[in-house]
Design a protein around this ligand. Structure first.
Ligand SMILES: [Zn+2]
Length: 453
């Protein structure tokens, strides 16, 4: 690791522990312990490994698995790392991993909510959680092991002093909303039994609309929309795009008004907790909480109580994460404490393992290569700003001259003079369609030329 550029005085860590199958054909699994630093803008999206376990199944002994990690973490929290203070923000894990490391009952247990004391019920052989306002769980109850049905096993994490055993474990919206609640709705509409399954004509109409929208999706999105006949292979980022941008457009007029309104309540509530300016506004957060509750209650009426699973129930708690983390993380949204960067890192790592021979050693070498290529917590993280694709085609206003460019790469964002990457919103809120980049004689620098909308 290089330590010669960005000077941090403190780092606040978000930890992730999860199991990923390594090969499709055998049972080998990684259990990595990873961290990100959501408080440092320069490290946005970056993930760093603390330790990696590999085996046929998850480690038999949780204490052995976490022993060295807990010792090291306590050491850096107590003594700092070099001149830096190290803090622990919390843990971001999916529900099975959370249950494993906390020693709590699994998500199908009657008393499995990490935030409240709801007692689940069985409806049509499914575990459901129907009540809305149950007493909250507390850190003190967890430490004192008050509820042994909820906590059948002990956890070595109690040896980390700064952990709050209710608030420090995030409700990750990637698993909870994108891969959980939204996927359930989509499967109900597109794959499930009648009466909720859409007709073939309705499904074809939605697929056609998604395909038309491909031409309007800017490069900020990793993937373009795909038709619904491949919905089983939609990734979390595609589900996220559907939730926040595409769903309200392609479902309009296809779903019944009541079901469309139900989807919009999920869309609006999620949009609020994914925009930093709205996460700072208590009125919007209260609106988001009400919309999530409305969504759950209307799902009961429209689709049935059997759908109010652990994931659906946890929607009523997710706004609490905003209140807890927004004072600890600048420009906070629930994305700041989500599994998206961890999942991305693990998939990149998994791709680099070739063959079944000594996978852990292969991972060690790949990580070493990644760090030597600049994946470095202490490396230099410059914001790139680069014009490219020079041309002489205009348009040029009176005060502008060549050189002209048709592409700007700025801070992970690509802006071009053609659709769909030519539409920008500037700081005063106005929206422009970019038509050229050229040198301004007046301002003595390259400027963007565009039409206001
Ligand atoms: Zn609950």
């Amino acid at each position: 690791m290089r330590a010669n550029s960005v000077n941090y005085t403190s780092l606040s860590l978000l930890l992730n522990i999860d199991g990923i199958p390594l090969f499709n054909s055998s049972s080998g699994e990684f259990y990595p312990i990873l961290f990100s630093v959501p408080t440092a803008e320069e490290l946005d999206g970056k993930v760093f490994p603390v330790g990696i376990y590999y085996g046929e199944k998850k480690p038999d002994s949780l204490s052995q698995f976490l022993k060295y990690f807990i010792e090291e973490l306590n050491d850096v929290i107590n003594n700092g790392y070099g001149s830096m203070d190290i803090n622990l923000l919390g843990f971001c894990c999916d529900t099975p991993a959370k249950s494993y490391i906390l020693g709590i009952t699994s998500h199908v247990g009657f008393k499995s909510c990490t935030r409240c004391k709801i007692h689940g019920q069985t409806v049509e052989r499914r575990r459901v959680f129907l009540e809305i306002d149950c007493p909250p769980r507390t850190h003190e109850d967890f430490i004192n092991n008050v509820d042994t049905v909820y906590q059948p096993r002990s956890t070595p994490l109690v040896d980390i002093p700064s952990v709050d055993f209710v608030k420090s474990f995030t409700l990750d919206y990637m698993h909870l909303i994108c891969l959980g609640v939204l996927r359930t709705l989509l499967f109900m509409w597109f794959k499930g039994p009648l009466p909720n399954k859409m007709s073939k004509n309705q499904r074809d109409l939605i697929s056609d609309r998604l395909l038309v929208l491909r031409g309007h999706i800017p490069s900020d999105f990793v993937r373009k929309p795909r038709p619904i006949d491949v919905i089983k292979s939609w990734k979390a980022t595609e589900l996220r795009a559907f939730l926040l941008y595409l769903g309200p457009v392609v479902l309009k007029g296809v779903l019944s008004d009541t079901k469309y309104k139900n989807f919009l309540s999920l869309h609006c509530a999620s949009t609020i907790i994914l925009r930093s300016e709205l996460c700072r506004n208590d009125d919007y957060l209260e609106l988001s909480r009400k919309l999530f509750k409305y969504f759950i209650n209307s799902v009961k009426t429209l689709y049935g109580e059997m759908y109010i699973s652990h994931n659906f129930h946890n929607l009523i708690h997710i706004v609490d994460d905003v209140h807890h983390f927004r004072t600890r993380i600048p420009n906070f949204t629930v994305h700041s404490v989500s599994a998206f960067p961890f999942e991305n890192f693990l998939q990149q790592l998994k791709k680099r393992v070739r063959g079944h021979n000594k996978p852990l050693q292969q991972i060690g070498r790949r990580l070493s290569e990644m760090f030597s290529q600049g994946h470095d917590i202490f490396g230099k993280h410059e914001k790139k700003r680069e014009f490219s694709s020079q041309h002489n085609d205009g348009p040029l206003p009176a005060f502008c001259v060549s050189p002209q460019y048709s592409k700007l790469y700025h801070n992970k964002c690509e802006i071009t003079v053609t659709a769909p990457n030519n539409c920008v919103k500037v700081k005063n809120g106005k929206v422009f369609v970019i038509e050229n980049f050229a040198f301004s004689n007046e301002l003595r620098k390259i400027v963007a030329i565009g039409r206001g909308l």
